[in-house]
Design a protein around this ligand. Sequence first.
Ligand SMILES: C[S@@+](CC[C@H](N)C(=O)[O-])C[C@H]1O[C@@H](n2cnc3c(N)ncnc32)[C@H](O)[C@@H]1O
Length: 224
Amino acid sequence: MTDPRPVDWHHAQEYVEGLLPEEVRRLEAESKDVAGVPLQPSIGPSVAQLVDVLILANRPTRVLEIGTSVGYAAIAIGRALQRVGGRLITVEIDPRLAESARQNLTEAGLDEVVEVRIEDANEAIAEITEPFGLILQDGNKDDYLQMLPRLVDLLTPHGLLITDDVLFPVMEVPDSAKRWQYALSLYNEALQNRPDLQTVWLPIGDGASVSVKVPLADGTAPQP
Ligand SMILES: C[S@@+](CC[C@H](N)C(=O)[O-])C[C@H]1O[C@@H](n2cnc3c(N)ncnc32)[C@H](O)[C@@H]1O
């Protein structure tokens, strides 16, 4: 399909972000950084709103986030889960960021809804056995590919895997992030090639994909 109308994507993002509710636009101020720790980019308002919409539609009782940072996404997910009666486990390897996330979540009144685990997510997902209706992958980009099979195992049938930063391969990134372009292109291919996932890639934020776990073509149910 050819599109005769050129689109300025920066302008388009600004436009759609201007349409988002005040609650989403407040998240930045609510997720305060830790002094002295390099800034960790959050999912941003459009992906936060995507997760919110998917939680309200799918009503998962258990959600997992890989990579908490200071809790921007965790606050958005926690608020959505408050409405549907679910809980979030979010895993962060850096104790300073995790402590800050805990404080931000307390201030947001989400202590009962969100559990922040200070742990390497690779170890956490090996230990956890109960499945999740929705998983947000936003941890170390170098780990995305190796974590994928286990995360799919941990999804309920028809559960959703949302992955942030999937447009890295086509974005201009600083030299320090160049290796993630390759990591993300391998990851996107892996998503595309899995028969038990149906995926859409969305050009919002730094790119977000939404994958649903589907029955295999031979009629067998997805595991677990
Ligand atoms: C992009 S930031 C997450 C932002 C967060 N999801 C948000 O939108 O507010 C990525 C985070 O993953 C954490 N991280 C990196 N490797 C990890 C690992 N192996 N286990 C858990 N967290 C990890 C980093 O410390 C960093 O805080």
